[in-house]
Design a protein around this ligand. Structure first.
Ligand code: ZN
Length: 261
């Protein structure tokens, strides 16, 4: 049995299988990556997008953020075969949760389309946990109201900087900025899922920053089968049971096909 077959086999017999994803799953959809050659931080100074700057200079922060959003989301991205495979395994009840570092919303889009395509069957809905928030929304820093990002970014582009809520509070992109804590409840949930998991798949993440680095280790130390699918090596490879250094859009549909047969 090769590594891929072993993962598929363990997913079939698992009570709880969990997937964790990073930028590498969205790169095949064309979503720009932040780091590396031609990454977003080659064109923008990441020091201008900190939580500290948002607090001290919301006007300048929003001015730069409008440019960043334009660069990142200048087209409508579509989920790829890897997002779709995870969504299909979630719908089929083989995947309990999808934890992601990404803020692009593509896991939600993929799930929506597989659920829409399966109206007659019995379906499951996996948990999607966006650890770093979502670029699709903004949140009022006073009353906490969340609303769609696009119209607020348009207002900011038209000169309302910073854009404000009806209550007068300043809107903040609903993503975790540099220097800002990840929401504690979300991190705790991710840690419990990693601990409870029988299979933990880490996909398209370099597993360097927290909590990405510790979640697969937590799963491994709780007895989970840990699989890593990533083009480059990661610091967690030696703790993993299976390492597949292959294209996520090739590997995940093959795992799904094995799981579904
Ligand atoms: Zn408000």
């Amino acid at each position: 049995m090769d590594g891929l077959e072993r993962l598929a086999d363990d997913i079939c017999s698992a009570a709880t299988a969990v997937a964790f994803t990073g930028a590498g799953i969205s790169a095949p959809s064309g979503v720009p990556t932040f780091r590396g050659d031609d990454g977003v931080w080659d064109k923008f100074d990441e020091g201008q997008f900190t939580y500290g700057r948002f607090r001290s200079d919301p006007e300048g922060f929003w001015e730069d953020r409008v440019d960043l959003q334009r660069e990142m989301f200048d087209e409508a991205y579509e989920p790829n075969a890897a997002h779709e495979a995870l969504a299909a395994m979630g719908r089929g009840g083989d995947l309990e949760a999808i934890l992601t570092q990404n803020t692009d919303g593509l896991h939600g889009d993929a799930l929506e389309s597989v659920l829409a395509g399966s109206a007659t069957e019995e379906t499951n809905e996996p948990t999607i946990l966006e650890l770093h928030g979502t670029s699709r929304r903004v949140r009022c820093t006073d009353c906490g109201k969340r609303t769609a990002a696009d119209p607020i970014f348009e207002r900011a582009a038209d000169g309302e900087r910073p854009p404000t809520c009806d209550c007068g509070g300043v809107y903040k992109p609903d993503v975790v900025l540099f220097g800002e804590q990840l929401p504690e409840a979300v991190v705790q949930r991710a840690r419990s899922l990693a601990r409870e998991s029988d299979v933990f798949l880490a996909i398209g993440s370099s597993l360097v920053v927290e909590p990405a680095a510790s979640l697969p280790r937590l799963a491994a130390s709780s007895g989970s089968t840990v699989g890593i699918v990533n083009l480059e090596s990661t610091p967690v490879d030696s703790d993993a049971d299976v390492v597949l250094r292959e294209d996520v859009t090739e590997v995940l549909p093959r795992i799904r096909d094995l799981v579904e047969t």
